[in-house]
Write a protein that binds this ligand. Sequence first.
Ligand SMILES: NC(=O)C1=CN([C@@H]2O[C@H](COP(=O)(O)OP(=O)(O)OC[C@H]3O[C@@H](n4cnc5c(N)ncnc54)[C@H](OP(=O)(O)O)[C@@H]3O)[C@@H](O)[C@H]2O)C=CC1
Ligand SMILES: N[C@@H](CC(=O)OP(=O)(O)O)C(=O)O
Length: 370
Amino acid sequence: MQSEGKQIKVGVLGATGTVGQRFITLLAEHPWFVIHALGASPRSAGKQYSKAAAWKQTTPIPAVVRDMIVHECKPEHFADCIIVFSGLDADVAGDIEGAFRAAELIIFSNAKNYRRHPDVPLVVPLVNASHLSMIPQQRSLHCPPLKKGFIVTNANCSTTGYVIPLSALERAFGPIESVLVTTMQAISGAGYPGVPSLDIMDNVVPYIGGEEEKMEWETLKILGGISQGDDGLKAFDMHAQYPLRVSASCNRVPVIDGHTECVSVRFTRRPPPSPQQVREALAAFTPMAQSLGCPSAPRRAIVVHEEPDRPQPRLDRYYQDGAGVSVGRVRQCPVLDIKFVVLANNVSIGAATSSIINAEIAIVKGYIPS
Ligand SMILES: NC(=O)C1=CN([C@@H]2O[C@H](COP(=O)(O)OP(=O)(O)OC[C@H]3O[C@@H](n4cnc5c(N)ncnc54)[C@H](OP(=O)(O)O)[C@@H]3O)[C@@H](O)[C@H]2O)C=CC1
Ligand SMILES: N[C@@H](CC(=O)OP(=O)(O)O)C(=O)O
């Protein structure tokens, strides 16, 4: 489809929010997609996009959306869209995305609501794009069965950042047995207007509601495989064959964009790899999205820094336009095996960029009818 130069009409739900704005910035320049419809809350509906959105991006509002009228998030306003990207608040995403799927629309969502669903792929596009193979089962088990509609979610932004290097390490050295991860999460992760300035300036808040639990179970779904039961049905195996224990500690820090995470891992296989072997495996990591020629995939998924004081959010959050992750301080861990620091742009690869690459992969793999 894309090779014929035809543009695919897409919609954005939650278009006025932090993730929605990143979607718009990326989609306005996209070689395959053209923005056709925008949705947000009833507060924004009926307004021109430029009046409805408190625009916080460093580039101007793209001309293509400036005067577009924002709709309520009802399927009829998006009926002509081949794909709908969602940056909806989780309080409303469950019902709205479910209604869109029932109306045979294709949803790529950032919200947490469907991530645990047994037929919904939870896809970090640089890690487990193969989980898109659950789409036909999701359609067939829907009541009534669907011909076209489905939901694919991407992960929590902190989960996304660290499963990319974990996946590279499992590919090179076999299963990981345990992981300790401590996050330093940017304030943009909480959306707009987000954390009050009096709570976060000159401060660190050692609690982000629900975040640690999400990191601990999402990791298992993403790094696990898909198994097939005697009844012919597929199920995500939650890394069951090689049990993986994860402990996460999540903190909010006064950084605008970019989640930094300190990670320690223990491998199942003994002896474990050396720090130099780990550096080489991370730098060599080539995700499927790259080999498929997806236009939003990073040219290199992971950059490995040798400098002792990298990565840093201010310097590294736009690596590969926010689509890749930066790793540094790879060293021996005296308790587990190896420890390192990873930095990921929470709004890009942690949110909008992941959804867009997921859609690109689904197109190339034939899950989206042309
Ligand atoms: N920020 C991040 O780094 C990440 C966010 N996410 C997830 O992505 C989603 C969006 O997050 P974020 O952009 O930060 O949040 P924001 O709060 O910045 O934006 C929320 C969006 O939802 C819309 N909305 C709110 N209420 C309704 C409603 N009743 N009906 C329809 N639309 C509504 C808002 O519209 P309006 O402006 O009209 O109120 C706005 O467009 C969330 O589910 C979040 O958990 C996931 C990964 C990372
Ligand atoms: N909670 C994350 C962002 C987010 O919205 O995550 P989730 O989509 O898993 O609720 C943060 O604050 O940085």
